[in-house]
Design a binder for this molecule. Structure first.
Ligand code: CTP
Length: 319
């Protein structure tokens, strides 16, 4: 039986954006939040029963060889062959091997970060995780610059870099990759068949231009393991978002976890409009039946953990 009360409800949340916004009032960042170390350790232990971030963060070189066939996690009937490039970029050892950090920031991509002034605070954390290659330079005051790990769903190549249709877009992606400067680039390459070509393009760019990044490709079992953990705790997610995946992984190697940019609602706590992403014009789509995510439900679980001191959510301005 689950030991940590995360959701308290056994039924899937009804997604009603306007009401959810009102219900999710969070204390300002400066309010008296206290880290609950006992609870954090208990959560780490429980998550370790489902997955181990050290192992599941990436498939290792020793476990695959070029030509091996992999079934996509969400398209079991579709397969891919491990290419020579992918093989070359697989890490030999886990990029998180024996890693431990005092405080970690996980930066989600909500527009709630705009005008937050959180950049400086984010950059003080020992390990900073960002999602989907979100831009930082132009938004440094609100989101910071430090990046130790950044995720990149293959769809980013299409959404943010026009599927590299010409040299200009290829150059833009290349510059962004160069700017990562030794960080871990985490590419979920085995999730869905749609990403096949895009992952290959990125791998090729990295190798051809000797880009200084440490590539990681999550294990085949990670998604199901993460989902399993949350379902056991009565959080009925369809498919975990990148942000929730990162939190779940971070519990293994971070003593304290601080979340910024997690706000899947179109209005803020003062009823002002909030952009879906801080950096582009993507619209809210998570309520549609087609969306694989259940972000407001995830948010509810994270908020509950915030209230219990297991993590700290910042959804307003930083001090
Ligand atoms: N996020 C959030 N509120 C938003 C936007 C994002 O809480 N308005 C969080 C989610 O946890 C999300 C993470 O920030 O996973 C990164 O955002 P995004 O790049 O949009 O990630 P995904 O939705 O997971 O990516 P995708 O749409 O490619 O599945």
């Amino acid at each position: 039986r689950a030991e940590v009360v995360i959701n308290g409800s056994s039924s899937p949340a009804v997604v009603d954006r306007s009401n959810e916004t009102i219900k999710h009032n969070i204390q300002p960042a400066s309010a008296k939040w206290r880290h609950n170390q006992t609870l954090s350790l208990r959560i780490r232990k429980q998550i370790l029963k489902f997955l181990d971030a050290e192992k599941d963060i990436s498939v290792l070189k020793g476990t695959l060889k070029p030509g091996d066939i992999i079934h996509y996690i969400f398209d079991r009937d579709s397969t891919m062959n491990v290419s020579q490039n992918l093989y070359e970029l697989l890490p030999r050892t886990s990029p998180l091997k024996n890693k431990h950090f005092g405080t970690c920031a996980i930066v989600g991509n909500s527009g709630v970060l705009l005008n937050s002034g959180c950049g400086q605070e984010i950059d003080t954390h020992s390990f900073v995780i960002r999602c989907n290659l979100a831009p930082v330079q132009e938004y440094a005051r609100d989101v910071g610059l430090k990046t130790d790990l950044v995720t990149m769903n293959p769809s980013v190549v299409q959404r943010a870099f026009e599927d590299l249709v010409n040299a200009t877009w290829r150059e833009k992606l290349l510059q962004r990759l160069h700017s990562l400067n030794g960080s871990i680039l985490w590419i979920p390459a085995f999730m869905a068949r749609g990403g096949k070509q895009r992952v290959e393009w990125v791998n090729e760019l990295i190798l051809k231009h000797h880009v200084n990044v440490r590539t990681a490709y999550p294990s085949l079992r990670l998604l199901h393991a993460v989902r399993g953990y949350w379902l056991t705790n009565k959080v009925h997610i369809k498919r975990p978002t990148t942000g929730l995946l990162m939190y779940t992984l971070a519990t293994r190697f971070c003593s304290q976890i601080y979340l910024y940019g997690f706000w899947p609602f179109p209005l803020d706590q003062n009823q002002n409009p909030v952009k879906y992403h801080y950096y582009d014009s993507l619209k809210y789509g998570y309520t549609s039946q087609a969306s694989p995510h259940t972000m407001p439900l995830e948010f509810k679980a994270l908020k509950s953990l915030h209230e219990q001191g297991a993590l700290k959510l910042t959804v307003g301005q930083c001090d």
